[in-house]
Design a protein around this ligand. Structure first.
Ligand code: ACO
Length: 312
C-alpha cells in the first residue's frame, strides 16, 4: 500500500528579524552570521503566539489546499520540541482548535531537527500496514523561546514557523513517501541539548562535523535502499541548519548545487519545521513541481539523523 501527497500549507510569523537587529543587542555582525551560517533573516513569533497557533494555521492551509476538512483526516503527527505546554500533545490541541469531531488520534514526535523525518517514517509505516488512510504531518517550532541572548554563538541560528503536509493512501508505490530511514545515538547527547532553563546548549564545531558526516550517510543509505542514484533525484531539501553544512553535504554527495533547495537565508534553523517549510516555499514559488523526487536528509539533537524520499 502506497500513499500520495494531496495538500500542503505553511505559516511564518509576521515579525522578521534581520542579522542587523542582532548587531544592536549583542557583539555580532551581519558579516559574521552570513559568512558562518548563510542566514540573513528569520521569523520570530509574537510573545503571545504559540506553537499550537502556528501549527493550526499551517494545518488549515493544508486542508484548504487539499479541499478537505479536519474530519477527513484520520491521524495527525506533529514534529516539535518547543511546545509551551508539556501536555497534551500539539496534535491533540490542533484537532481541538480545528473542531475535529471524528475522534482521530494525534501524537507528537520529539526528534528535534530530524523530527519531521521521524514523522514521515511513522506515516510510511501506517500506510504500509493499512492502519491509516489519510494522515496530516505537521512540523511546528517556536525556537525563539529557547534563545539565550547572552550566548551569541546560538542566539542567531534559529527561527520560528510551521508547515503541514497531507498524504492519503494510494495503490502506487512510486508516489508520496517512498522510503524513510531514521537513526539515533544517545551517547552523543551532550553535543546539542536543551537546558533545564530552556536554553540551547551546543558544541557548534562538533555538531558541524557530525552533520556533514551523518546527513550524507543517511542520503546515501536511502538511495541505495531504494535502488536509485543521485541522477534519479530532482531536488535535495536538506535540514536547513547552516549553508556551509548544506554545501558540504552537496559536495560529499556529488550533487550539483542547483539541485539543492536553500531557505536557511530566509528562515534560519526552524528545527522540526525546516524541511516542510522549505518544501512549502518551493511549491509557493513554483521551484519544485508536482511529480518530482525529493531527497530530504536531516540531523539534530539526540543525536538523531535520517532521510526521506518523497515523490511530490
Ligand atoms: N557573532 C560573532 N562572533 C561569534 C558569534 C556571533 N554570533 N558566535 C560565535 N562567535 C565567535 C566565537 O566566540 C569564536 O570567537 P573566538 O575565536 O574569539 O573564540 C569565533 O566566532 C569562532 O567560533 P566557532 O564556534 O569556532 O565558529 P564556527 O566557525 O564553528 O561557526 C557555528 C559556529 C555557525 C555555530 C558552526 O559551528 C555551526 O554551524 N555548527 C553547527 C550548528 C548546527 O547546525 N546546529 C543545529 C543542529 S540541529 C538541531 O537539532 C537544533
Amino acid at each position: 500500500m502506497g500513499n500520495r501527497l494531496i495538500g500542503y500549507g505553511s505559516y511564518l510569523p509576521e515579525r522578521v528579524v534581520a542579522n542587523q537587529d542582532f548587531e544592536k543587542i549583542m557583539d555580532t555582525s551581519d558579516e559574521w552570521i552570513v559568512t558562518r551560517t548563510g542566514m540573513r533573516e528569520r521569523h520570530f513569533a509574537r510573545d503571545d503566539e504559540t506553537v499550537v497557533d502556528m501549527a493550526t494555521i499551517a494545518a488549515q492551509r493544508a486542508l484548504d489546499n487539499a479541499g478537505l476538512t479536519i474530519d477527513d483526516i484520520d491521524l495527525v503527527i506533529v514534529a516539535n520540541v518547543s511546545a509551551e505546554l508539556d501536555f497534551p500533545s500539539v496534535g491533540c490541541q490542533v484537532l481541538g482548535r480545528l473542531g475535529a469531531k471524528n475522534n482521530a488520534p494525534a501524537f507528537d514526535v520529539r526528534g528535534a531537527c530530524t523530527g519531521f523525518i521521524y514523522a514521515l517514517h511513522c506515516a510510511r509505516g501506517f500506510f504500509t500496514s493499512g492502519m491509516h488512510r489519510r494522515i496530516m504531518l505537521i512540523g511546528a517550532e517556536k525556537m525563539s523561546r529557547f534563545i539565550d541572548y547572552n550566548d551569541r554563538s546560538t542566539a542567531v541560528l534559529f527561527g520560528d514557523g510551521a508547515g503541514a503536509l497531507i498524504f492519503e493512501h494510494s495503490t502506487s508505490s512510486y508516489s508520496g513517501i517512498i522510503d524513510t530511514v531514521i537513526m539515533s545515538d544517545g551517547t552523543e547527547f551532550d553535543m546539542l541539548h536543551g537546558s533545564p532553563d530552556h536554553h540551547i546548549m551546543m558544541n557548534g564545531p562538533e555538531t558541524y562535523k557530525k552533520a556533514v558526516q551523518l546527513m550524507p550517510d543517511a542520503a546515501n543509505y536511502i538511495m541505495e535502499h531504494a535502488g536509485i542514484t543521485a541522477d534519479n533525484v530532482d531536488w535535495i531539501i536538506p535540514h536547513q541548519a547552516n549553508l556551509r553544512i548544506i554545501q558540504s553535504c552537496a559536495q560529499r554527495l556529488e550533487f550539483p548545487l542547483e539541485k539543492i533547495l536553500v531557505t536557511v537565508d530566509k528562515h534560519a534553523n526552524t528545527s522540526g519545521a525546516s524541511g516542510v517549510l522549505a518544501l512549502a516555499y518551493a511549491f509557493d514559488n513554483d521551484i519544485i513541481k508536482r511529480g518530482q523526487l525529493i531527497l530530504y536528509p536531516a540531523f539534530g539533537s539526540g543525536l538523531t539523523w535520517g532521510a526521506a524520499l518523497i515523490r511530490v
